[in-house]
Write a protein that binds this ligand. Structure first.
Ligand code: URA
Length: 444
């Protein structure tokens, strides 16, 4: 019997051939087992980026990635289960809202999240800003908490889709991240490995996202949806605006404090609006309500305090200080230096280099440059204006929260450099660019 040689697969993709599903599966299994070297995997990734992968190849890759590790099957929780995921953005704290809101309407949310990387923030980092809060829940703890509270947000372990961990690290090193099939396989392998009744995917689009243009974002959204369908799973997708930070807070403790304000019904805006969109989609898909009724229900759990109560219970169940729900700054770590950001000239905010804002926050210590770097939960940026808003010269439009005054001054100047003001009027961009809800359940 001759030994399998990964070079045949690399050469076939290099030459633009469409691979058989079995070839793709064999190759990814070889990556997971160590039979395929990093050099070979990287060559394959570059060939795939340049030549493309069709739907069957991408599905085969996704399935093989899932098969490289554990899958999570939840016990019967007495409620339909839903997972919501964002492809990564700036000030995108929707999960902090979605999980308790969905629990408050009677759905079960067992969410496995990742950490921030590069300019994007991560839900786990945000939650861990709450003193005492643990995200390393065992599968049993996760299931028990969801049964009791309705929601849990835990760290995805190294055993969940280990092939993605290996491939993503190589993509990062070899400039092969921006490939739609590779991103779709990476994102969806981690979603499909957890057996929920519904996946909701937020594909971010714009200056703070991996997909900068709407056609690319739509293509990624469609690719992810086809992967879910190929695996027999229900999936709703929205392409949403990331041409500016979604919320006002770019950091970790700052994001938690903002989430509490939204959960308490005290703050409106795009972050609240988008959380309502996804919770309403989940209600339509899983509880068979009409869209208008679903929207009202999603909104009511913010206005009647029931989502905030679920958040408090979730934090307490995970060992965090539940007083965060009543008075966030009584428990969250605050930065020693706060510097106002004052405009240099009058105008209407027209453009935001949103990824730069994420990078500035990372530079303050809120994010990480390399996997495993420590972060500072207290620091970050609060930006109080959005595209279309008009300002006068010298108006305070936000605050930098930092460890030292020099860093704070540098960051405030860099934030202004990331903002472009023009003569008014400037239109605010739409929040939802494309909306592809899951197929409704057969009714009756
Ligand atoms: N998020 C992922 O999990 N993978 C990608 O490739 C891009 C964003």
């Amino acid at each position: 019997v001759s030994r399998w040689d990964p070079r045949a697969t690399i050469a076939a993709k290099r030459d633009g051939r469409t691979l058989e599903p079995e070839e793709v599966e064999r190759f990814v299994a070889g990556v997971a087992s160590g039979e395929v070297s990093d050099a070979q995997a990287a060559a394959f990734l570059m060939a795939a980026l340049l030549r493309g992968l069709d739907d069957d190849e991408t599905l085969a890759m996704t399935r093989a990635m899932i098969a490289s590790g554990d899958t999570v099957t939840l016990p019967d929780l007495g409620a339909p289960t839903v997972d919501k995921h964002s492809t990564g953005g700036v000030a995108d704290g929707v999960t902090l809202l979605f999980a308790p809101m969905a629990a408050a309407v009677g759905l079960a949310v067992a969410k496995l999240s990742g950490r921030g990387l590069g300019h994007t923030g991560g839900t786990l980092d945000k939650l861990e800003a709450i003193p005492g809060l643990r995200t390393d829940l065992t599968p049993d703890e996760l299931a028990r908490q969801v049964a009791e509270v309705g929601c849990a947000v835990a760290a995805q372990t190294a055993r969940l889709v280990p092939a993605d961990g290996a491939l993503y690290a190589l993509r990062d090193l070899t400039a092969t991240v921006p490939s739609i099939p590779l991103i779709a396989a990476s994102v969806m392998s981690k979603k499909l490995a957890v057996r929920t009744d519904l996946i909701l995917l937020d594909v971010k689009c714009g200056s703070g996202a991996f997909m900068r243009t709407e056609p690319e974002a739509r293509e990624l959204a469609q690719a992810c949806r086809r992967l879910a369908a190929g695996d027999g799973r229900r999936c709703g997708v929205a392409v949403t605006d990331m041409s500016q930070p979604l919320g006002g807070a770019i950091g970790n403790a700052l994001d938690v404090a903002e989430a509490v304000e939204v959960l308490a019904g005290r703050v409106g805006g795009r972050l609240r609006d988008l959380a309502i969109v996804f919770v309403a989609d989940a209600i339509v898909a899983l509880l068979a309500e009409e869209p208008e009724t679903a929207r009202r229900r999603a909104t009511s759990v913010l206005d009647d305090g029931s989502a905030l109560e679920r958040f408090r219970e979730m934090v307490a169940a995970q060992g965090g200080d539940p007083r965060v729900a009543d008075d966030p700054w009584a428990v969250l770590p605050a930065a020693p230096v706060r510097t106002p950001i004052a405009t240099r000239s009058a105008g209407a905010l027209a453009e935001v280099a949103a990824a730069n804002l994420g990078t500035i926050a990372t530079g303050l210590g809120a994010g990480r440059l390399r996997k495993g770097d420590p972060i500072d939960p207290a620091v970050g940026i609060v930006l109080e204006i959005g595209i279309g808003d008009e300002v006068g010269e010298g108006d305070v439009i936000g605050t930098v929260h930092a460890r030292g005054q020099d860093e704070a001054d540098g960051a405030a100047a860099a934030v202004l450099d990331a903002l472009t003001f023009r003569d008014p009027p400037v239109d605010a961009p739409p929040l939802v660019l494309d909306h592809l809800p899951a197929e409704p359940h057969a009714r009756g």
